[in-house]
Design a protein around this ligand. Structure first.
Ligand SMILES: *[C@@H]1O[C@H](CO)[C@@H](O)[C@H](O)[C@H]1NC(C)=O
Ligand SMILES: *[C@@H]1O[C@H](CO)[C@@H](O)[C@H](O)[C@H]1NC(C)=O
Ligand SMILES: *[C@@H]1O[C@H](CO)[C@@H](O)[C@H](O)[C@H]1NC(C)=O
Ligand SMILES: *[C@@H]1O[C@H](CO)[C@@H](O)[C@H](O)[C@H]1NC(C)=O
Length: 737
């Protein structure tokens, strides 16, 4: 009867296959039951077992009550480490089928050969395997003090396939701490939550399954919305509490982080993240909702207590400093205050170190328009912050056109004044916060006035800075009108905390090579640079939006042989009055181009191989400017979605070409022994539009593969760079419920 009782206990706690052995190795049991060994041999078997039953009950009870109740959602609780040696202790959760989360973990680091150790045997012992540490490494463990991190089981092993996790010394075969996986443990996994169907009389809204991937992430498969909710509609992804969707709710940023009304979708699979610190446990429904008409166009209910993985995002709490705040994008907000004749504006954005934030008054009084806008460009360069006044007279980088600066130019180079006064700046947790001031009515007559008697149209953008700290083509910007009422009589604040996660890395489009001895003629035209997978991903340079297309390919690498003559048929625009579309082709030994904009000192360092003549006074003059042949996005195609194209070919197929008549300019070159092995084709006027030319002595495969090897080394560093948002893998945000 005793054996029976014991074996039924074992069924509960150890799994049944090793009942005999378990009974026989009471001493080993101490790893499981801790101080249970104190009774070993001292009382009769029945009392011992009774004691064990009570102890087990206590452990089970403890495990349940010691779970930190009020904390943020961390996944499914497994238990506390049973601590035996070296102060190894902490709490253990499962965050998904493969991954443990350790919280408040401690270990004194004094073990000789100590690892995280797991196995399928009944208790920790020599049979097991190393669980790589929080960095994925199998190094000997060092000291931990109150640390939170995740451990992923190796080789796609599942938590349900192991029985315990331990801190174990392989040298002494000594167990420092362990925790057991309950027998019927169900690790958190993504959950299905119905699908969207249109509401009678509403626009077409539909989807396949909606998955709750984790506590903040919703994936909608094959989502469609026809965009036909009417002119006044403001349709958003919308969440809230209560029995059914209502106007009392919050916007969920779209899949790109925008808070504008959603665009039309045609069977697209999109992933949405709940804003700020909100989790799936805070909401009862998810809807495609018209905030203007207060109508639900399709929704699902979210059940309570979903056993989903916790979210991996890092939440940086929103701290208010100015009374009014508008969230412009998931990663960008503006706040402001008006005091007397002065306005104070604070921009805060989740940006890289070399990125700028811009914000200002629209160039039009009827809509948000970049052209003619009066904006501040704010950034931090090393230890200095800037908020620089810009005037946008053309949607191109600032260039000299017949002696006048045009484009996105600093006020002080177009005859105005820098009217912004920098107040404070900081960079913390990848967030730039920059505060500046201006008079409502600036003393520079070219600046626009901040009006308080009506809402004003504004423009905003984020993008990269070039090496001169000038803004380049923006990456993140709104498509819809944005209005702000700067009058602070009735404060507004819809801001939420910033979140960041490891961005999904998308592969760069194929790096095209033209390696063909029979090709002696190249046609150079212009087209859009593509998103992060296009020019930026291929070259690692910051794009200004336009790039060279050579023989129909986006910035291919060319392979030319010394001694042969090649000709470029150049169609990059030949109107020197155009700030956007005047692009003579040049070949130099420097990767960026934009020769005309460089200082004399910099120009003198560059070897020009073709495309530039020098006048008698030493001024550079381009020689290869041909009529414009330009590929553009078709009307209505959103360039912010360029990264959704899997290949350049697919992207290229959507473009619309317009080519001016007239013969192309011909640039003929004959590389000789004085040419370096790598040169670059670029635009004379703007930086960062072209790419490499390899100069070889013969077209043999070995020269090419040598070149490619260096190319691929470089490309891996690009891959690292095109992470949209960097976040540390093991940074965990405690999302307070
Ligand atoms: C900005 O450009 C406009 C022309 O588009 C001009 O009227 C205005 O004076 C300029 N502002 C400054 C500060 O130069
Ligand atoms: C700001 O708004 C308040 C209330 O809406 C209004 O009374 C006041 O005149 C406005 N201020 C200005 C300068 O227009
Ligand atoms: C891109 O499109 C143009 C025009 O349709 C075509 O001539 C060119 O060959 C295409 N490029 C590629 C790589 O398919
Ligand atoms: C080699 O090429 C450069 C640049 O095109 C040219 O200036 C130079 O005269 C050439 N040298 C010879 C020996 O042809």
């Amino acid at each position: 009867m005793v054996a029976q009782l014991f074996s039924s206990l074992c069924v509960l706690f150890c799994g049944c296959e090793e009942v005999e052995e378990t009974v026989g190795t009471m001493k080993g049991m101490r790893f499981l039951y801790g101080s249970a060994v104190r009774w070993h041999g001292s009382a009769n078997a029945f009392v011992r077992i009774l004691a064990r039953v009570l102890l087990i009950a206590a452990i089970v009870h403890n495990a349940a009550t010691q779970k930190p109740e009020d904390g943020p959602y961390r996944g499914k609780y497994i238990g506390k480490f049973n601590s035996y040696h070296h102060q190894a202790s902490g709490d253990v959760y499962a965050v998904d089928e493969y991954t443990f989360l350790l919280t408040g973990f401690n270990y004194d680091g004094n073990g000789i050969d100590t690892f995280f150790w797991s196995g399928a045997s009944n208790r920790p012992g020599p049979q097991g395997f190393i669980v790589p540490d929080e960095y994925g490494k199998t190094n000997i463990l060092e000291r931990y003090f109150n640390k939170d991190f995740t451990l992923r089981l190796p080789d796609n092993k599942k938590i349900t396939e192991v029985k315990w996790l331990a801190v174990y010394d392989l040298n002494s075969q000594n167990n420092f701490a362990d925790v057991y996986i309950p027998e019927d443990f169900e690790p958190p996994v993504p959950q299905k939550a119905g699908s969207l169907t249109a509401i009678a009389g509403g626009p077409v809204v539909s989807s396949d399954t909606i998955d709750i991937l984790d506590s903040k992430t919703i994936r909608i498969t094959d989502f469609s919305y026809d965009g036909k909710a009417g002119g006044q509609a403001a349709v958003h992804f919308w969440v809230g509490v209560g029995p059914s969707p209502s106007s009392k709710g919050s916007k969920v940023p779209d899949e790109m982080g925008y808070l504008d009304p959603i665009r039309a979708y045609d069977r697209e699979t999109i992933t949405l993240e709940l804003p700020g610190d909100m989790t799936i446990f805070d909401i009862d429904w998810f809807s495609v909702y018209d905030v203007e008409a207060r109508r639900d166009y399709g929704s699902i209910l979210i059940s309570d207590d979903l056993n989903v993985p916790p979210s991996l995002v890092r939440v940086t709490p929103h701290t208010e400093s100015l009374p009014n705040c508008r969230q412009l994008h998931k990663d960008y907000r503006v706040s402001w205050e008006v005091f007397g004749p002065q306005i104070t504006i604070q921009l805060a954005g989740n940006v890289q170190q070399d990125e700028y934030m811009s914000f200002g008054l629209s160039g039009s009084e009827q809509r948000s328009q970049m052209l003619g806008a009066d904006v501040a460009v704010a950034f931090i360069d090393g230890h200095r912050g800037y908020a620089v006044d810009y005037n946008i007279t053309s949607l191109a980088p600032c260039v000299q056109v017949l002696g006048q600066n045009k484009g996105v130019c600093r006020d002080d180079v177009v005859g105005g004044l820098d009217s912004y006064q920098l107040h404070t700046f900081s960079r913390e947790n990848d967030i730039n916060t920059i505060t500046y001031r201006r008079l409502l009515i600036s003393s520079d007559s070219g600046d626009k006035e901040f009006l308080l008697d009506r809402p004003m149209y504004v423009v905003w953008a984020m993008g990269r800075l070039d090496s001169n700290n000038e803004p380049t083509y923006h990456d993140v910007y709104p498509k819809r009108n944005v209005q702000i009422n700067f009058n602070t009589t009735e404060p507004v604040n819809d801001c939420f905390s910033f979140t960041s996660r490891e961005a999904n890395l998308k592969d760069v489009w194929e790096r095209q090579q033209i390696f063909d001895r029979s090709v002696r003629s190249f046609t150079a035209t212009l087209g859009p640079a593509g998103g992060k997978r296009g020019y930026q991903g291929i070259t690692g340079h910051v794009s200004n939006g336009l790039a060279w297309y050579i023989n129909g390919f986006l910035v291919p690498e060319l392979w030319l042989r010394r001694g042969l003559t090649y000709s470029f048929r150049v169609r990059g625009g030949n109107n020197p009055h155009s700030p956007e579309f005047y692009h003579p082709l040049v070949i130099t030994d420097e990767p960026h181009g934009g020769f005309d904009r460089l200082s004399d000192a910099r120009q003198s360092e560059i070897r020009v191989l073709a495309g530039v003549e020098f006048t008698r006074r030493g001024r550079p003059k381009p020689t290869a400017a041909g009529p414009l042949c330009l590929a553009r996005h078709p009307d209505g195609q959103d360039r912010r979605l360029d990264d959704n194209f899997a290949t350049f070919k697919k992207f290229n197929r959507t473009l619309k070409w317009t080519c001016d008549s007239g013969d192309p300019a011909i640039l003929e070159i004959t590389p000789n022994t004085s040419w370096p092995d790598v040169v670059y084709y670029n635009s004379f006027t703007h930086a960062n539009m072209g790419w490499k030319i390899h100069i070889v002595d013969s077209y043999s495969q070995s020269t090419r593969s040598r070149g490619e090897a260096t190319a691929s080394v470089r490309s891996s560093s690009h891959t690292v760079r095109i992470f949209l948002i960097t976040g540390s893998l093991v940074v965990w945000a405690w999302l307070w419920k």
